[in-house]
Design a protein around this ligand. Structure first.
Ligand SMILES: Nc1ncnc2c1ncn2[C@@H]1O[C@H](COP(=O)(O)OP(=O)(O)OP(=O)(O)O)[C@@H](O)[C@H]1O
Length: 299
């Protein structure tokens, strides 16, 4: 095992048992992986592939059936290490009748913070997650996006070194998703290690340095996102608009070098990019309408 990894699992397995102790579901089968300090690591996989089980094993909320797991240099079952971890569960269980200030104050007390530290941390976090306007509203009035934000603030109350996020963008609209992704990138910029589980692939691609894909509780793919997505046997050259004559000249040069042109087209952006540009443009110029087929320019 490498000494510096923030998370190390070796042949980690979990079988859920039924009431009688008989094996029911093999949720995780021999998972071996390392997460390095300062990286954003994505755990991907379809429903039921073992992502949440893995996060709960890291937190020591579940005991492995087999294998080893260490987090921040300690065995996962040592719950004192959780003081250095922030966890955003898939569903945050927050007190509906508290407001944002009271919620963070409550969790600050659980970490034995002084009143002055609690106030400072609360102000920093509320600003970071953009809830200043709603800090005195009860959480029962919060939208899904606002609930996710206060959940993240709560997970960060102890200024953790490692942040575990279970489906951080699920149920958020594209604006909320963009904000959450920016917050995750900010955590990395602040030197934290982030592990996030998701089945929303575009979100993972945008923020993660490395990913693991689980299927049926088994690790199928692990690696650097850019390396995994790069197709090394093809070359892409992007130029400004070319005339048909120029394109045929380029084709003949390529032929001379034994290569073939597979396609000539205009690059496309993503639907998320188009959506966000439309919202930005609508905010900036409320009266503006786009003709069918027209789109706001790239920012
Ligand atoms: N407490 C439990 N008892 C029995 N089986 C469980 C329990 N928790 C999870 N499982 C099963 O273990 C498998 C892995 O579940 P897990 O929640 O880890 O998957 P996941 O990848 O997080 O799924 P999702 O994307 O739906 O959140 C599934 O087959 C699930 O039904």
């Amino acid at each position: 095992m490498s000494a510096e990894a923030v998370i190390q699992t070796r042949n980690l397995s979990k079988t859920y048992r039924d009431f009688w102790g008989r094996p029911k579901v093999k949720a995780l089968n021999s998972l071996t992986l390392d997460v390095q300090p300062g990286e954003i690591f994505g755990l991907l996989g379809p429903n039921g592939s073992g992502k949440t089980t893995t996060l709960k094993l890291l937190l020591g909320l579940l005991f492995p059936s087999d294998g080893e797991v260490s987090v921040l240099g300690k065995p996962a079952h040592e719950v004192t290490k959780n003081e250095r971890i922030g966890y955003l569960p898939e569903e945050s269980y927050l007190y509906r009748f508290l407001n944002a200030d009271e919620t963070l104050d409550f969790y600050g007390k659980l970490f034995n913070m002084t009143a002055a530290t609690r106030k400072q941390r609360r102000d920093e976090l509320i600003e970071m997650v953009g809830l200043q306007h709603a800090r005195r509203r009860q959480l029962k009035e919060y939208s899904k996006g606002m609930t996710r934000r206060i959940g993240l603030a709560q997970a960060l109350i102890n200024n953790p070194e490692l942040v575990l996020l279970d489906e951080p963008t699920s149920g958020l609209d594209p604006l909320g998703t963009r904000d959450m992704k920016d917050l995750i990138l900010k955590l990395k910029a602040d030197g934290k290690t982030v592990v996030m589980s998701s089945h929303l692939l575009a979100d993972v691609q945008d923020v993660c340095d490395r990913i693991a894909i689980l299927y049926g509780g088994e690790l199928k793919v692990v690696g650097n996102v850019k390396d995994l997505l790069e197709s090394r046997d093809e070359t892409q050259i992007m130029s400004s608009q070319l005339s048909p004559e120029a394109i045929s000249e380029v084709e003949s040069v390529l032929k001379k070098h034994g290569a073939t042109v597979k396609s000539v087209s205009h690059p496309t952006s993503t639907l998320e990019d188009l959506f966000l540009r439309t919202v930005e443009e609508s905010k900036a110029r409320p009266g503006r309408r786009f003709a069918p087929g027209e789109a706001p320019g790239r920012v």
